[in-house]
Design a protein around this ligand. Structure first.
Ligand code: FE2
Length: 191
């Protein structure tokens, strides 16, 4: 049996979160226009196909002993008064956790489990948020002018279930109220 494997080394910039050696996956507003509460505002932005976030798929084998990892970069911006965010997802293997370490910017990690427990935690540089297994998770950039950059790691076999959030949404949304983030009930949340 060959037990030799090469180490994997990846560069991620602390300034912009990007890699010189890997290509990120990009999500523009048109890929998620229906996920925002103000769909008219989303459609207007979709015409310019504004970039909302990008992230890296490390490409490690999808098995339990592996650790998938990468960076996520959410750009500053709003759809109406709702901050730019990732699509968010459950893991296909529901009971798998994930760790996010904030490298730059300011934001919120929104989390909810299928039973309806909702939690959110602030992301600031130097803060790690451990998302427990069974919790869907979404990164939200609440800065007016800076990218939200996080490094993330999760079990290689976790997989991604985007469909549940695409059809139901999260129970809470984060909007700007009087210049500060506010967490509100999602008017479009579908039970
Ligand atoms: Fe995840």
């Amino acid at each position: 049996m060959n037990t030799t494997r090469p180490a994997i080394v990846t560069d991620f910039s602390l300034v912009d979160g990007l890699s010189q050696t890997k290509t990120p996956l990009r999500r523009t507003i048109s890929a998620m226009a229906d996920m925002y509460a103000d769909r008219e505002a989303a459609r207007r932005l979709a015409e310019e196909d504004v970039l909302v976030y990008e992230f890296f798929d490390a490409g490690v084998p999808e098995s339990p002993g592996e650790v998938a990892y990468g960076t996520s970069i959410v750009y500053p911006g709003k759809v109406g008064d709702e901050y730019f965010m990732t699509k968010g997802h459950f893991h296909s293997v529901l009971d798998t956790a994930e760790i996010y370490y904030c490298l730059r910017g300011r934001g919120i990690m929104m989390m909810e489990n299928p039973e309806g427990d909702v939690q959110w935690e602030e992301l600031t540089p130097g803060t790690a948020v451990y998302v427990p297994g069974r919790y869907a998770h979404r990164s939200i950039n609440t800065s007016p002018d800076e990218q939200l950059i996080t490094f993330f790691a999760f079990p290689g076999h976790a997989g991604h279930d985007y469909g549940t959030i695409e059809s139901k949404g999260f129970r809470k949304i984060v909007v700007e109220r009087d210049g500060a983030p506010a967490v509100l009930d999602n008017p479009r949340w579908a039970q």
